[in-house]
Design a protein around this ligand. Structure first.
Ligand code: AMP
Length: 187
């Protein structure tokens, strides 16, 4: 079973859905945001480097991010599919992902984009900001993250559509409703 990428703006629910898809199928959930947050908690050199980018809602440089993904990929058994969440976020990262997967005899089968309008995203993040414990959920940083998504990551939608890999998923319903939609498009 080839690997899967979840694309979607902050607040689209892609982290929640990617985790569900992976755990229901015994696949690996690879979230670069989670990996960075673990480095922050463990106060590693990578965490120290990533810290200010995350707190400002900007992207950690591609080379740093790709190296981290390469390392994590090395731990995943060849036969276990991966759900990528929050990676790739730039066209350069998408190209790097192709190369990393090819090196390991893996390939990308599907790219899901969770479609949610911006007003809903802002409202959702405002609702969860206090409970998430994340330092990047203030209104200013959320606005920056949405802008960065629009300029850096949204071009990946067309990129994967051209390759025939893209599936649009309506991300506006409840977690269970979105999960049902995803179950219909993923085996
Ligand atoms: P997320 O949990 O996916 O929203 O990611 C939180 C933050 O981690 C982002 O706002 C970025 O600062 C950083 N980050 C996560 N994934 C990437 C990535 N693929 N490339 C660059 N920065 C990332």
């Amino acid at each position: 079973m080839p690997d899967v990428v979840f694309l979607g703006p902050p607040g689209s629910g892609k982290g929640t859905q990617a985790a569900r898809v992976a755990s229901a199928r015994g696949w690996v959930h690879l979230s670069t945001g989670d990996l960075f947050r673990r480095h922050l908690r463990e106060r590693t050199p990578l965490g120290a480097l990533a810290h200010r980018y995350i707190d400002e809602g900007r992207l950690v440089p591609d080379s740093v991010t790709v190296d981290m993904v390469r390392e994590r990929l090395g731990e995943v058994p060849a036969a276990t599919p991966i759900v990528f969440d929050g990676f790739p976020r730039t066209v350069a990262q998408a190209d790097a992902l192709d190369a990393l997967l090819a090196e390991r005899g893996r390939s990308l089968g599907r790219v899901l984009i969770l479609d949610v309008p911006r007003e809903t995203l802002v409202a959702r993040i405002a609702g969860r900001a206090k409970s998430s414990g994340r330092t990047d959920e203030t209104p200013e940083v959320v606005a920056r993250r949405l802008d960065v998504y629009a300029s850096e990551t949204a071009p990946l939608v067309a990129h994967y559509d051209e390759r025939g890999l893209l599936i649009h998923v309506d991300g506006t319903g409840s977690v269970d409703a979105v999960d049902d939609t995803i179950a219909r498009v993923l085996p």
